[in-house]
Design a protein around this ligand. Structure first.
Ligand SMILES: [Zn+2]
Length: 88
């Protein structure tokens, strides 16, 4: 079964994932990444089956993770704030 990650700031990059279709097991960095607007899709390097779907965080999730001191969230929040301030 394809694994869906609802919490972008959880430790999915550090976790091993098993392909639902073949024997392959490994980390997200080893998979084929297909980025979409709402989510990132990672597929098996072996058989191209979809292994992992990572839902992108919304602003509330970024803010919550940044409040917890998550370094990537802090970075994203800074980018978002810079973007918003350019909007006017
Ligand atoms: Zn596979």
């Amino acid at each position: 079964m394809t694994h869906t990650v609802d919490n972008y700031f959880s430790a999915w990059r550090d976790a091993r994932h098993a392909c639902p279709a073949c024997e392959w097991e490994g980390f997200s960095v080893q998979m084929e990444l297909e980025p979409h607007r709402e989510q990132s899709e990672y597929s098996c390097p072996h058989c191209e089956c979809l292994v992992l779907v990572v839902t992108h965080p919304d602003l509330a999730q970024v803010q919550a993770a940044a409040a917890d001191g998550h370094p990537e969230a802090l970075e994203q929040l800074a980018l978002l704030e810079a973007f918003n301030s350019r909007q006017g």
